[in-house]
Ligand binder design. Structure first.
Ligand code: CDT
Length: 339
């Protein structure tokens, strides 16, 4: 029996600063209804799907930004989305800003803010939660930038790792599900940690500007989409997994987000791609047995990985300069030498 799940990337057009949660939830519900008419079993919504991408807005007092965060999930505003999903029996992935009362590593109970996504099954139960690990941007107002990117100000680094759960989704009794959020997709380490848990379907949402606002040099616009797709396609191929990557798109608070949501198979091929900068549903039938070829041949991790030669990946953060060659440089340095 093939293991087939029909999935959708539910791309959202722009959400402006003044748009309420109700506006966003209404639009997501319309997309979910459309998904049901196409036999979709899992719908993936973008990163921070309930509001505009607020890290572009500066609040000197971080507490003033609390209005952008959800204090409970489901909340009053998102309850109708959960109810519709239950009624239609559709699972969904939702990205949102999470405000939690939680103890930190020192044991003190305090407000903690995360860029979070959850996977909700067709009965409305949360089966997996992930908190974004790779937070791009900066923590302080940067006068050199035309648009701020204050994720490092508003969010803590996620403390849940990259979890994978085997859960019944749609008509299948068990799928190995994992999540990432936006910038995570550019880091092969994140994909591999999911791959090492046998992930079969990665869901992720993103908000990516069409222009690189970091004033550090010119980047051609078309390369922004290319790099996003390159990262997702490589991650899916190298870890023999499907991936659903859903954007927020269009001009939001005067800032353009490039969209181009995609669904990718374990060969790294794009199965479906959004073409608008608006609310748009793209779908694909994913035969999860396709994951087997990669993971039993080229990417049979248990046969071919050599973690003893990868120690730099966990022991070092920034790059270090290599030794400068001279006639006396030994040619047989051990690859595990960190010095
Ligand atoms: N949301 C998010 O992570 N966006 C980043 C933009 C990086 S520019 C500071 C991304 O990697 O797409």
């Amino acid at each position: 029996m093939p293991r087939i799940i029909t999935v959708a990337a539910a791309q959202l057009g722009p959400l402006q600063k003044a748009d309420t949660r109700q506006v966003a939830v209404e639009r997501m519900m319309r997309l979910m209804e459309r998904a049901q008419t196409r036999g979709v079993e899992l719908v993936v919504f973008p990163e921070l799907a309930l509001t505009t991408f607020f890290p572009r807005h500066y609040h000197e007092d971080i507490g003033e930004a609390d209005g952008w965060f959800e204090h409970a999930m489901p909340s009053n505003e998102t309850a109708p989305l959960f109810a519709l999903a239950r009624k239609l029996g559709i699972a969904f992935h939702l990205g949102y800003a999470e405000l939690a009362e939680e103890t930190d590593e020192t044991g003190s109970l305090r407000k903690r803010r995360f860029n979070t996504s959850i996977l909700v099954n067709g009965r409305g139960e949360i089966v997996l939660k992930y908190r974004k690990v790779h937070l791009p941007g900066h923590a302080e107002f940067d006068p050199k930038r035309k648009v701020q990117h204050l994720e490092k100000r508003y969010f803590e680094v996620g403390n849940l790792g990259f979890p994978v759960i085997r859960a019944p989704i749609g008509g299948l009794s068990g799928i190995n599900m994992g999540m990432m959020i936006c910038n995570d997709r550019r880091w092969p380490e994140a994909w591999r940690v999911l791959g090492l848990q046998g992930v079969e379907l990665v869901t992720l949402g993103y908000n990516t500007p069409s222009l690189n606002m970091d004033a550090a040099g010119f980047e051609a616009h078309h390369l922004r989409v290319f790099h996003s797709h390159l990262s997702i396609q490589a991650g899916a191929y190298q870890n023999a997994t499907f991936a659903v990557a859903t954007a927020k798109a269009g001009t939001e608070d005067g800032c353009e987000l490039f969209g181009h949501s995609i669904i990718v198979n374990p060969q790294g091929e794009i199965m479906a791609q959004a073409t608008s900068w608006d609310d748009e549903l793209i779908t694909a039938d994913c035969d999860l047995d396709m994951c087997t070829l990669g993971r039993t041949t080229i990417f049979a991790f248990d046969k071919h990985r050599r973690p003893e030669t990868y120690t730099r990946i966990t022991e070092q953060i920034g790059a270090v300069e290599p030794p400068v060659w001279s006639r006396d440089t030994p040619t047989h340095r051990r690859s595990t030498d960190l010095a």
